[in-house]
Write a new protein. Structure first.
Length: 367
């Protein structure tokens, strides 16, 4: 998800060892989104990252190209968000976050832009208030659009092209009929880039029923809907990034734990946001229509030990080596296909198993 959403920031000349660090400032959120894993839990662990702890991360950011100040909560709720943006910029990284825009004011927008914010994404789940508001409960589409305009007006006043603004549309069955109109909706809002995403982490019946991708070899019935959105995006000169709707044998998932990582509000270092939710361990998820219980994965706490010790620990190296091996196998299969076109597509060839906690995540299916 990180590289799909923030692709244009991550695809610059790679001069640093790490592509992106996702840093969770808070687990609090004013919304009650139907697709969120918080929707059915009474054991959600609410926490903000203290600024003094956040500063402990700063020395390592010189090796990171992009910092995403976001986790399982709404970053705008963190009282020191502007200062965190300013501190990251001093270390030379690109910095931004995704938001519902709730509660944004002109003064807050001015502060964030002055601090050096590079990008901001606005999450929507419909191109009409009725659809969006029903899925992102407590969010109101006109308020999201008003928040976008606050940034645009301040950019115009200051004569700046940053932050880059993009729109993120989470696709489920209840809103899939509006997907073709997303490019025109973005155009009207003055946004030139849209990212359509899947509901990939499901924990209850509603979420499982709502996913539009298929995990077997069948073709999703919603492929045509996405193609219509692509065609409309081309006509309107909107950059559109879409998810896969059918499973494939990818060697490394889109979270790319070889170059990215996630730091929770309490400082735990995990390969990705999906492996360390603010819930008791093990946490629930549904994978390929079967319920699973998965242990939270942390390889160390950055507030208590040096990052080099965490990154180079044997368990973390073993975790990454699984993906490195899969990547090598995939490249060898692709090279063999070039030499002999009669061989099977490399995606059809068996790869070594991924790390244990990744076996029951839809991201490993390329979704």
């Amino acid at each position: 998800m990180i590289e799909k959403i923030f692709g244009k920031f991550l695809q610059k000349k790679r001069r640093k060892p790490f592509s992106a660090w996702q840093i969770e400032l808070t687990t609090r959120c004013p919304l009650l989104c139907k697709m969120c894993i918080r929707s059915e839990s009474s054991e959600w662990q609410y926490q903000d990252m203290p600024l003094e702890d956040f500063k402990k991360i700063l020395p390592y950011l010189k090796e990171v190209e992009t910092v995403v100040l976001e986790g399982w909560g709404e970053s705008l709720l963190h009282k020191d968000l502007t200062e965190c943006v300013r501190l990251v910029k001093r270390e030379g990284s690109q910095v931004g976050f995704v938001t519902s825009g709730m509660g944004l004011t002109k003064d807050r927008v001015s502060e964030l832009i002055e601090a050096g914010l590079d990008f901001v994404g606005f999450s929507i789940s419909g191109t009409t208030p009725e659809t969006h508001n029903a899925i992102r409960v407590n969010s109101h589409l006109p308020e999201v659009l008003a928040a976008i305009r606050l940034f645009q007006e301040e950019q115009k006043r200051l004569g700046l092209l940053r932050p880059k603004i993009h729109m993120i549309f989470l696709m489920v069955k209840d809103n899939v009929h509006e997907v073709p109109s997303v490019p025109s909706f973005a155009k009207e809002a003055g946004i030139e880039e849209v990212v359509i995403t899947n509901l990939c982490h499901t924990i209850n019946l509603w979420q499982e029923i709502q996913r539009v991708f298929v995990w077997d070899n069948a073709m999703s019935p919603y492929e045509e809907v996405v193609r219509q959105a692509e065609a409309n995006a081309i006509k309107l000169n909107i950059r559109l990034k879409k998810p896969a709707l059918s499973a494939s044998n990818v060697p490394v998932c889109a979270e790319n734990p070889l170059r990215n990582l996630y730091i929770s509000a309490e400082g735990e270092v995990s390969p990705c946001v999906y492996l360390y939710p603010p819930l008791p361990s093990p946490f629930r998820r549904i994978f390929c229509e079967k319920e699973d219980r998965t242990d939270k994965i942390s390889f160390g706490n950055l507030f208590k030990e040096p990052f080099s010790k965490i990154w180079n620990s044997s368990p973390y190296q073993e975790f990454r080596n699984r993906f490195i091996k899969r990547e090598k196998e995939y490249k060898e299969s692709y090279f063999s296909l070039l030499q002999n076109p009669r061989l099977k597509n490399p995606e059809d060839n068996a790869l070594s198993e991924p790390p244990e906690p990744c076996k029951t995540c839809h991201k490993i299916l390329g979704i």
